[in-house]
Design a protein around this ligand. Structure first.
Ligand code: FE2
Ligand code: FE2
Length: 337
């Protein structure tokens, strides 16, 4: 174990010692390992391995991109929401997603990443976002299915991230999860209203669930034995549960909820397994997942085109904010002088 003094020095040291300073490197690594092992948080000014930093930047950026791209399929329905109440709920939800993107880009910035660079990587396809948002929202019921299933899967994934070893990411997740829980409930309530409505409304809800169920299961990522980054992320306590474990948990939560909704999940193999204490479910079509990931999903191109257009249209806002900040800092400089 490192001494308390070494611990403090290493934790607040921004980079590993001088070049070739093997002892210092070793101490920093040991302090980092001990901090993670003790379930304490790594903070922005603490020393951390380069690969840990790179993994977090990649994951947080992908998460941030998913939040802002995820605004598109639902924003598509704001003008067509069937009532003022539904419109207000949907607007609040889409705004929440924008906020989630902002917290997450800020968390990535604490690791030294630049927001401009991350957005550039999104726009040029060098960083990914969740494939789920490459599916279209064909009917109003899709807004309900997204809330119930997509936000539901997001919560299952994100609640354990509140205990992630990197402090700023973990803290951002606390608020994100509270808001996601509202998103999930509004989706469930919307589907319930449709399911209890006319025959056509019930059919519309069922059709939406039929289309969103399998892509939602794919949100947990590839099976554990094919997941490239999982083992290291779990050792670093960035990730707390495996993809398959979280997927199982999600299925177990959804089955009774589907029953209460009066809707059927589109999987004939879905059956309670007494021995395992979980539901068994049918095989996932990973070929489809890989195609969507490669950029061949129904909406990949449209999502990025719209994102770039929104970014370009917002250029004047960024320029104005930067000009205001520059003016403000000059004034402050004069006042201080
Ligand atoms: Fe979100
Ligand atoms: Fe959400």
């Amino acid at each position: 174990m490192a001494t308390a003094a070494a611990h403090q020095t290493a934790r607040t040291h921004g980079s590993a010692g001088q070049e070739g300073d093997i002892d210092a490197d070793d101490t920093y690594q040991r302090v980092f390992d001990a901090t993670v092992a003790a379930d304490e948080r790594i903070e922005p000014r603490d020393w951390m391995p380069d690969a840990y930093r790179a993994t977090l930047v990649r994951q947080i950026a992908q998460h941030a991109h998913s939040e802002i791209i995820g605004m598109q399929p639902e924003a598509n329905w704001i003008t067509r929401a069937p009532s003022l109440r539904r419109k207000a709920i949907l607007m609040a939800k889409v705004q929440d997603e924008a906020g989630h993107g902002l917290y997450l880009y800020s968390a990535a910035e604490t690791l030294g990443a630049s927001r401009e660079d991350l957005l550039d990587k999104l726009h040029t396809g060098r960083q990914k976002y969740s494939s789920i948002f490459n599916y279209p929202t064909l009917t109003w019921a899709d807004v309900g299915a997204i809330g119930w299933l997509v936000d539901g899967a997001a919560i299952t994934n994100q609640v354990p991230l509140c205990r992630c070893s990197y402090g700023p990411y973990a803290r951002a997740m606390v608020r994100v999860c509270k808001e996601e829980s509202f998103h999930q409930r509004q989706g469930y309530e919307l589907l319930l209203a449709l399911s209890r409505g006319t025959t056509e409304q019930h059919a519309m809800a069922q059709d939406a669930v039929d289309r969103w169920w399998w892509p939602s299961l794919m949100m947990f990522g590839p099976p554990d034995d094919e997941s490239a980054h999982s083992a290291q992320s779990m050792a670093w306590k960035i990730k707390r549960h495996s993809n398959d474990e979280l997927r199982r948990r999600f299925v177990d939560i959804c089955v009774p909820q589907a029953e209460s909704l009066g809707l059927t999940l589109p999987d004939p193999d879905l059956k309670w397994n007494e021995e395992r204490g979980h539901y068994d479910f049918g095989p996932i079509d990973w070929t489809e997942f890989k195609e969507v990931l490669k950029g061949n999903g129904p909406c990949n191109e449209q999502r990025i085109t719209q994102r770039k257009a929104a970014h370009d249209e917002g250029a004047w806002v960024r320029e104005s904010a930067a000009a205001y900040a520059a003016k403000h800092s000059t004034r402050t400089g004069v006042e201080q002088a």
